[in-house]
Every structure is written in structure tokens, then in C-alpha cells.
Write a protein that binds this ligand. Sequence first.
Ligand code: NDP
Length: 494
Amino acid sequence: MSEAIERPSGGAPPAWEYASAPESTDVVRLEDRYGLFIGGEFVEPKSGRWYPTISPSTEETLAEVAEADAADVARAVDAARDAAPAWQRLAPAERAKYVFRIARQLQERARELAVLESMNGGKPIKESRDLDVPLAAAHFFYYAGWADKLEYAFPGRGTPEPVGVAGQIIPWNFPLLMAAWKLAPALAAGNTAVLKPAETTPLTALLLAQVIQEAELPPGVVNVVTGAGETGAALVDASVDKIAFTGSTEVGKAIRRATAGSGKRLSLELGGKAANIVFEDAPLDQAVEGVINGIFFNQGHVCCAGSRLLVQEPVFDVLLAKLKDRLQTLRVGDPLDKNTDVGAINSKAQLDKIEELVESGVDEGAEIYQPECELPERGFWFRPTLFTGVVQSHRIAREEIFGPVLSILTFRTPDEAIEKANNTPYGLSAGVWTEKGSRILHMAQRLRAGVVWANTFNRFDPTSPFGGYKESGFGREGGLHGLEPYLSFDGNHR
Ligand code: NDP
């Protein structure tokens, strides 16, 4: 039997000492340089430009990656256009086999992908191992199953046809998973694609390109162009039939302006400022875990993060004490350590942005709390942070921080909670913690959010649609809803 843990009365819980348990990087074979994946091959960029991609936890260069210019992007789009007719004509059951093959290969190479994701992006290995990679494979499995059932998927809508060539632009917070969210439905529906990973996290998308090569997808069906924002802008301007974008609201707006009147289809999955609402009757220990997971999962680099905590006044003191205790036990550090809860901030630019917003919170009068924890000397790090005394006008209550920072507000009545939760230009997600089922339904109907979780947070499943309202974008990914943007019905391509 284990001995009872002694707690100093009224103080913080005892710190749990863990021996480090680093995951080996031997499974990853990095190349010095990665070209663009066009027409089924890795090719040198016409631009002649390359850039280093680093590990945000060590600041070491991992590899050099090609920087695609507009000519490179046009070449990738041409390859996708050339590959489209044969891919579309393929019997749907045959197309499904390719998509299933990608899913199985992702499972086979799961460890390599997880380690590489943590090396390049900074997220804890337990997250890339247990969430990013399995969920990416699950998306390919799920959409592979639809490939030969498209006629039955949307009854009464007419004959489904692929849209054509999809340009897909993804962010750095879930690099492999976002690639899967984009590619799996596009391929299952018979489209070809050009994928643009984020500048800071190209490596798992390039490993996915290798998987696609090994799965013997016809050349040109999937193309991957790496580079910075200009590469993304070139893809938006290229001759594609659809743009699917996940990223900041600012860039989403620019893309909407750029595609207006072009006839290109568009779906936007943008930022968020989700409210996680805890009622006085909620199971508080469970809520604490949900609140912690809601904001500190993936260092808070999550568009649907529960970054505003709304607590009903009678339980504010007790919940805050529990949250502070729990914060002390979070282990911040090496993403490859299996014990790590909070890894590295994805880039210096993102760290600067978090620091600036946190400073604004202090300047505007909110009270900051950070646990004592040692941060590694090299790399980009930020302590898990709570703010109390936050009012709705504070920047930290309004703007997406995209870091491990929680702004705590209080409320008295359900109506006040709804009003505060909806008082944001965003509308991506929300959480409700209460014992009462009827209250959950009451809240869910009134919260202007694409996803509302009840007594849980950050749950994802390939069968469930995900997406936002207002400045969080439009269109859905996941489930049948995520298949629809890649199909047209009875020749209506727009
Ligand atoms: P961006 O929106 O700039 O990046 C998302 C993707 O779009 C990246 O692949 C990026 O390339 C590309 N891109 C950048 N500019 C353009 C453009 N003009 N046209 C087409 N594509 C473009 O996000 P950032 O990485 O700059 O992060 C800034 C902030 O955005 C974060 O602090 C966070 O608040 C928010 N964000 C929200 C995300 C979400 O899921 N809702 C995801 C990521 C960020 P490149 O990486 O090379 O710049």
C-alpha cells in the first residue's frame, strides 16, 4: 500500500518528484534538406531559397526546408490539376484503398511522427503520441469509409462531384492533425490538393508526404509546398478551386478579401476566446482538471482553448485555491520527456506576443499568479499563468493570447454568464460545468459557439463537426459536414 501523502495544512500540495523519462529521438531520421513535394517527388525549389526549421525547445536547427515562391506554387497547382481527372475517375472503392493505406501507414510510423512533432513544434510527447498522431490516423480512416458512399451521404442533393483542386493552408499548433483534417476529406471526395504547412512546423507534413509517396498515391494528387506567409498568399492567388484555411482571424480576413469575386470556394477556421463556465453545483475537482486541460493543453496554442474562465461567485475562492494547487504540479520543460505537461512555446514571435499581452494584463490592473517552476535556459518558455480581477474590457479578456494564460472572471446568474461568454467577436467553442442536465441544454442553446462541451473540454472526434461563428470563421471540418465543402452537386461547382 502506498503511504498517505502528507499535506502541510492550508499550503500547497507536496511537489511530486519525477525522474526524467525522455523519449528517444533515434526513431527519427532527419534529412539535411527537404525539397518541395510536387508531382509525387521531392524537388528543388525554383526560387532557389531555403530556410532553417528549428526545435523551439533547444533552438537547434533540425533541417533546411525549401521556400516556395509563386512559380513553385503554380507548379504544384499544375501537378494537382493534371492529376485530377484520373483521380476523379478512379472507382470510389479504389480511392478509399489509398486513403486507408495512408491511415495505416500513419499508425505504423506513429512513434516517429510523434517524436518529430514534438521536436519541431515543442508540444509534449504525451500529447503528440496520444492525441495528434492517433487522431490524424483516425481522420484518414473515417473519411476513407465515406469515399464509396458519397451518393448516400447527402440525400436529395443530387450527384456529388469533387470540387477540383484544393489549396489548403494550415497553422503550427497541430501540424500533422491539421494536415489530416484538410487532406482526408478532400481526397475521399475525389479532389487533389496542394498543402501549405506553417513556416515553423513543416517537418511532419513532409513526413506525411513521404508516407503518401510510399502509399503510392498517383503523383500530383497531394502536393506539399513549404514556406512563409507569402507562399500561402501565392496559393490563395493560384488557380485553385477551393481554399481551406486554419489560422489567425487577421489572415483569414485577408484571404476572404483576396478570394472575393474569384469564384473560389472558401472555408475559414480562425481564432477563439472560449468561455469555460463553472456553476456552483459543478463537480469542482473534475472542473479543475477540465479548466487546466482547457487552457494548458498544447501550451494554450489551441484555437478552441478555454482561455476565459467564468466562475459562479459562491465557488470562486475554493475553485481558485484548487487551480493554484494544481498549477504547482504542472511540469514545464522538455517536450520529449514523457512526464512533461507544458512544453515549449512554438516560436520566439509567439513568445513575444504572449509576453506583451500578459504585460498588458498587469498594466490594466489584473492580478497575476504563476507557479514557481524552473524553466530551461535555452528555448522558448512561458510559465502557466492565471489572472484574477479581470474585467471584460481588459485586452487579456478580449484578445486571443494563444498561450498558457487563463483570464478568470466571475458571474452570479446563468444569464450573466451567457452575456459575458457571448461578449466576444469570436464564437468557436465553450464549456459548461454543472450537475444539472437541463442547465447544460439551456446554456448550449444560448452560447454562440460552434462547439459546446459539457463537463469536459477539448474532446475531438473525426465524426464530429468542428468550426465557428462570427470572427471564428465559417464552414465545418470533421464528420459529414467536413466532407460537404469538398463536393459540388449536379454540376453546381460554386
Ligand atoms: P497565421 O494565420 O499567420 O498562420 C496560419 C497559416 O497561414 C500559416 O501557414 C501561415 O504561414 C499562413 N499565412 C500567413 N500569412 C498568409 C497570407 N497572407 N496568405 C495566406 N496564408 C498566410 O498565424 P500565425 O502563425 O502568424 O499566428 C498569429 C496568431 O494567430 C497567433 O498568435 C494566434 O493568436 C493565431 N492563430 C490561430 C490559429 C487557429 O487555429 N485559430 C492557429 C495559428 C495561429 P506562415 O506560418 O509561414 O506565416
